[in-house]
Design a protein around this ligand. Structure first.
Ligand SMILES: CC(C)(COP(=O)(O)OP(=O)(O)OC[C@H]1O[C@@H](n2cnc3c(N)ncnc32)[C@H](O)[C@@H]1OP(=O)(O)O)[C@@H](O)C(=O)NCCC(=O)NCCS
Length: 209
């Protein structure tokens, strides 16, 4: 069997990752900030020590999906701001006079410290596969690459937050070995937070559904 064409996320993938994010994760607050901001976010993530991601890139260069992760979301936001703050701020200037958007940005910034101290700091921030490529194992292969990277970084516990109404993603995370930890409200949306607390077991295949 040939290995899936999975490569580390880098600056060249940022435009497509932004597009896949906005098209695939429609209910997310980050999607509402626009593709220019998302592009800057996806340039920044792999530049940070505690951030990484992977893309599924076909031999002709087409990107079918990506995943982005953080060892600690709070730390990642701080590192991203230090490294690319000006670039990330520029697409957000138009929101300066929109208090409700500023309030939601503040909540997003504070979210890592609010979801519960018992939850893992490490997080799958986003995953999206192009609509034409879904259901063919692309998402799972990206998740397996990301979980292996977490393990390589010495991390054994990971979380992910997903909108309760996103049935595909809720099923997907369970199929990837995550278990529901707690429901949580974020920007007024009901979210489910899933965790893996024994990553080694999931990677060994002793804990998948
Ligand atoms: C969630 C998503 C990434 C899954 O990617 P995918 O490539 O279609 O998933 P895969 O084909 O690798 O499926 C992996 C497993 O999840 C299950 N799964 C995937 N989509 C599913 C669906 N719509 N309903 C039920 N189960 C599903 C598969 O059955 C499979 O299970 P198996 O391992 O037992 O065979 C994809 O649907 C997507 O991009 N959605 C839009 C973006 C999004 O919602 N992201 C998550 C929010 S952050």
């Amino acid at each position: 069997m040939t290995a899936p064409p999975i490569v580390p996320l880098n600056e060249e993938h940022a435009v497509v990752a932004a597009k896949l994010h906005q098209n695939g994760i429609e209910t997310g607050f980050l999607s509402s900030l626009g593709q220019s901001f998302l592009k800057q976010l996806y340039i920044a993530i792999p530049l940070c020590d505690c951030g990484f991601g992977y893309a599924w890139q076909e031999p002709d260069g087409e990107i079918l999906g990506f995943i982005a992760c953080a060892e600690s979301t709070g730390r990642l936001y701080k590192q991203a701001l230090r490294r690319r703050g000006i670039w990330m701020a520029m697409p957000l200037m138009r929101y300066l006079l929109h208090p409700s958007v500023l309030r939601r940005m503040w909540h997003t910034w504070r979210y890592p410290s609010q979801v519960g101290e018992d939850l893992p700091a490490a997080e799958v921030l986003s995953i999206a596969v192009s609509s034409e490529a879904r259901g063919k194992g692309v998402g799972k292969a990206l998740m397996q690459a990301a979980l292996a990277e977490f393990a390589q970084r010495g991390i054994n516990k990971v979380k992910v937050a997903v909108w309760e109404g996103n049935e595909a993603a809720n099923s997907f995370y369970k199929r990837c070995g995550f278990e529901l930890a707690l429901p949580h409200k974020h920007h007024g949306l009901p979210m489910n937070i899933y965790t893996i607390i024994e990553l080694a077991d999931v990677l060994l295949g002793t804990k998948t559904r």
